[in-house]
Write a protein that binds this ligand. Structure first.
Ligand SMILES: CC(C)(COP(=O)(O)OP(=O)(O)OC[C@H]1O[C@@H](n2cnc3c(N)ncnc32)[C@H](O)[C@@H]1OP(=O)(O)O)[C@@H](O)C(=O)NCCC(=O)NCCS
Length: 188
């Protein structure tokens, strides 16, 4: 089957992406996600968007440094089109887009245990420290899913020496789509 891969801004791509995304994550779920800045979308003839990956760009600090954190979210493929490599194509295209920008220190995503192998087979590493998010002015630890990172300039990992707590504060809004600015903090 011939497919097309397209990249659009989050808002411009939403009408095309919405049927797929809302079928997989119906509105009203426990976490409300921000719209991405960009969408990588794979379209199949007469099917519309069958696979999707979103790109987010945020700033923050990690280990006391101010860092540019890219995010990947909304990775999904229509159930009828899985295991054809489409999510891998969308994910790789998202990573390549971020590499080409040279504007991110590392990439972050969060996922559930049944997807760990999928991402780890594609070069992602679990971040075994803590992820804190700030929403609506409050900082909370984000434990619903496990952060994974894709190395770029930095390689965030588990702490490898005794450490001071709370290394990071950041601005992040991936986890709040009503959104004004929210924050994120990684500590390890
Ligand atoms: C996880 C998910 C995105 C994978 O989508 P996908 O398009 O099927 O992914 P791919 O086809 O790129 O890869 C899936 C598997 O199929 C295999 N595969 C790829 N092409 C294949 C082919 N032509 N024939 C057979 N298998 C193939 C891959 O090797 C991969 O196997 P692996 O995980 O053991 O490495 C999809 O299952 C999904 O949408 N799940 C629900 C939403 C979700 O959980 N998203 C993740 C949020 S973090």
């Amino acid at each position: 089957m011939s497919i097309e891969i397209d990249i659009r801004t989050g808002d411009a791509g939403w009408p095309a992406a919405r049927p797929l995304l809302t079928s997989i994550w119906p509105p009203g779920g426990p976490i409300e996600w921000a719209h991405p800045d960009l969408r990588l979308m794979i379209e199949a003839p007469d099917q519309g968007v069958v696979s999707h990956a979103g790109i987010y760009r945020r700033t923050g600090t990690w280990k006391g440094r101010r860092v540019r954190i890219a995010g990947i979210g909304g990775v999904c493929t229509h159930p009828d089109f899985r295991r054809h490599g489409y999510a891998s194509i969308a994910l790789n295209a998202a990573v390549q887009t971020l590499r080409d920008e040279h504007a991110s220190d590392f990439i972050l995503l969060v996922c559930e245990p049944h997807n760990f192998a999928f991402y780890q087979a594609r070069g992602w590493h679990p971040f075994e420290g803590e992820l804190h998010v700030e929403q609506n002015g409050k900082t909370v630890r984000f434990e619903a899913m496990t952060p994974h990172v894709f190395d770029m300039r930095y390689r965030p990992r588990r702490r490898d020496r005794p450490v001071r707590p709370a290394v990071v504060t950041a601005c992040h809004r991936q986890f709040d789509s009503r959104l004004r600015r929210s924050g994120m903090r990684l500590s390890q």
